[in-house]
Design a protein around this ligand. Sequence first.
Ligand code: ADP
Length: 169
Amino acid sequence: MSTFHTGVYPGTFDPITFGHIDIIQRSSVVVDELIIGVASNIHKSPLFTLEERIDMVEREIKNLPKLNSDKIKIYPITNLLIHFCRDVKATIIIRGLRAVSDFEYEFQMAGMNVKLDSSVDTIFLMASERYQFVSSRFIKEIYELNGDISSFVPAYVIKQLDKKMKPKI
Ligand code: ADP
């Protein structure tokens, strides 16, 4: 049996936040290879295009310590997650869990995925205390209302939000 474990951390990353980056760093210690799967997720009508979201994730991975970033790859996911896992030979799905709000959805998704393919298991990392309330959705709402988001997302993400959402005069 292979002892090399590839994990997939899937998400919409619309946009990537310090909460995501924290999960990426912590999970890259747990697996031998970490694939960040950026989901096209058209049903969620993301603010950023798939290419823009991948670009933001890529930038932040480059800023991680080499020990972590060397193990990380970034791919788009345009098919079913479990099929994607099979394609990249991943046996682990990694998800982050914030307080109680994420639990029901995550529990259902993990349950469905294990029914679709029992050779792939989901592991959860609890959100770090300081990022417990950070979500891409709130970031966008706070930004729209001119709130300060600099402690929740990297500077490059703020620049991209400026480009996307600031009215051009
Ligand atoms: P999805 O649309 O798949 O939920 P997200 O980009 O919103 O994509 O989230 C991807 C994963 O990261 C999910 O498991 C989510 O619970 C987790 N996550 C998001 N924000 C945080 C955070 N602040 N701390 C820990 N985990 C987080």
